[in-house]
Design a protein around this ligand. Structure first.
Ligand code: SF4
Length: 498
């Protein structure tokens, strides 16, 4: 006899069942939505995905719409099993509920046991080392002798190209010449979700951040497979070289747009990585693009998940750089129109309108700005969690606390991701249309990123002095004759919209 499987809203793909016919419990909890200010489109995506799964499964699923998970459990009078949920809170909750067997987690390329075996005895848990271990263990992109295909484990150096320029002789903004991603068509379930969210919002029961808009991401395994197929066949070849570049008129570039599907559990990351490898083996995609994609999937994504568990609940409280400023209202509310800095305004508008921007705007525009200004890493982590379609507690802990804000003091990244306007100018087309000048650090036209960079270094000099990778930047700081003036100027702009 197979026990009924409780599927959480991020466990919606077929790989969370032991058997395709296994009975299922799905719970839609209104209290979760009411507890936080989610992006409107995130609430839509999650509810739509849950309800689509319930319809797909028909009589096989009990679909309970309740205020809380505990109330839902009380309505089901049989033992349950669940794959370990992805957050500590949900795991503890399951431990308190009667008769729920908790199985190991699924939906990641490496298990928690794999990670702990790898981490055992290491002083530094570098993502690159973990990724190589996972490649070997999973047999991905390997030569018959066990070495990496092409002779290198990492093709990052091929994947740092700036974006294409504006076409000569036209006013048209630059875009990447690559086929469109797959786009979904909304159906009656989306209509119903939209009506429910409108009603709950009007009654004051829930409140959202961001704007509503057409659904742009998959909500079923089938839809996610279409999106994956389109990416692999049409867009993956172009992905690698410009994966770190930004264009104001092209928010998708050649990105897969699959992270929301992956984090809803609609796709199995190992299957996706193997499908990408097949594109390389069949001569349809270059190695640098395929390797870059596989690294995101089985390297970065898993690493974030395992770091969340490995370092325990205290990890989220780290604040190595003593950054305590509150997130300003204009930022928290995604008020892109209040911002004149072209890069930040466009990226904030992307979050407001789509609840998704790719990894470089997140890290180098949003995260970098907050880091420079000393905003609370915990507030920023929660903001990313609730404002992004693919944001979950496990993703944002390591991404924001560790990587983006260096609040863990370097447990997972060797140096802070702080950069001035020169970086954004090189990797995007934003600066040409901006009222600021990336080369200026003082005065009316001073680029907030360039000035903010120096102010950040000055404020954190002592904490960063022991870091080998910060020696050069700190030497640069010593050469600045006008540092005091830059610092005073930036102190005055710490919370105002730039
Ligand atoms: Fe952003 Fe500075 Fe460039 Fe303006 S000049 S787009 S603020 S980096």
């Amino acid at each position: 006899l197979v026990t009924r499987r409780w599927l959480f809203a991020d466990q919606l793909g077929p790989h969370f069942l032991d058997d395709p016919d296994q009975p299922v419990l799905l719970v839609e909890s209104r209290a979760v939505l009411a507890r936080h200010r989610f992006h409107r489109q995130k609430a839509h995506l999650v509810l739509s995905a849950l309800r689509h799964r319930a319809r797909e499964l028909g009589d096989q699923a009990l679909f309970v719409q309740a205020r809380t998970y505990a109330e839902a459990r009380a309505q089901v009078h049989e033992p349950l099993s669940a794959c370990a949920p992805t957050s500590r809170g949900a795991l503890e909750l399951l431990g308190r509920l009667p008769d729920v067997e908790v199985l190991p987690e699924r939906g990641f390329a490496s298990s928690r046991a794999d990670f702990e075996r790898w981490a055992d005895g290491r002083t530094r848990l570098l993502m690159e080392d973990f990724y190589r271990d996972a490649r070997r263990r999973l047999g991905l992109l390997l030569e018959p002798d066990g070495g990496p295909v092409g002779g290198h484990w990492n093709y990052d150096s091929d994947n740092r190209e700036p974006p294409p320029r504006q076409p000569r002789g036209t006013d048209a903004p630059a875009v990447l010449d690559v086929p469109e991603p797959w786009w979904p068509e909304e159906d009656e379930i989306d209509e119903e979700v939209r009506a429910d969210l409108d009603r709950w919002e009007a009654s004051g029961e829930v409140s959202f951040v961001g704007r509503d808009g057409p659904r742009r991401f998959a909500v079923t395994h089938r839809e996610a497979r279409y999106a994956l197929h389109t990416f692999l066949r049409k867009r993956l070849p172009a992905f690698g070289p410009v994966e770190d570049a930004m264009l104001h008129a092209d928010w998708t570039m050649a990105h897969s747009l699959l992270s929301p599907s992956m984090n809803l559990g609609l796709l199995d990351p190992v299957e996706c990585a193997r499908a990408a490898e097949a594109e390389y083996r069949n001569g349809r995609a270059p190695l640098a693009s395929v390797e870059g994609y596989v690294r995101q999937l089985i390297g970065w994504r898993d690493y974030m998940f395992h770091v969340y568990w490995h370092f325990g609940p205290d990890y989220g409280r780290h604040n190595y750089l003593a950054a305590r400023r509150k997130l300003p209202r204009w930022f928290a509310d995604l008020d892109a129109d209040a911002v004149q800095a072209a890069c930040l305004s466009d990226v904030l508008a992307g979050v407001r309108d789509r609840a998704w921007v790719h990894h470089i705007p997140r890290l180098m525009v949003l995260g970098n700005y907050a880091l420079q200004r000393g905003w609370s890493p915990q507030e920023l982590r929660d903001w990313f969690h609730y404002s992004f379609l693919d944001g979950y507690e496990w993703v944002m802990a390591a991404n924001v606390i560790g990587m983006s804000q260096h609040a863990d003091g370097g447990l997972m990244a060797t140096k802070p991701y702080a950069a001035g306007g020169a970086y954004i100018n090189r990797m995007s087309d934003y600066c040409g249309g901006c009222r600021y000048d990336p080369k200026q650090r003082r005065g009316e036209d001073a680029c907030p990123y360039s000035a903010g960079y120096w102010a950040f270094l000055a404020r954190n000099r002592e904490r960063l002095e022991g870091n080998r990778r910060m020696v050069q930047p700190l030497r640069g700081l010593d050469r600045l004759a006008d540092l005091d003036k830059v610092v005073a100027q930036e102190r005055g702009r710490a919370s105002t919209a730039p």
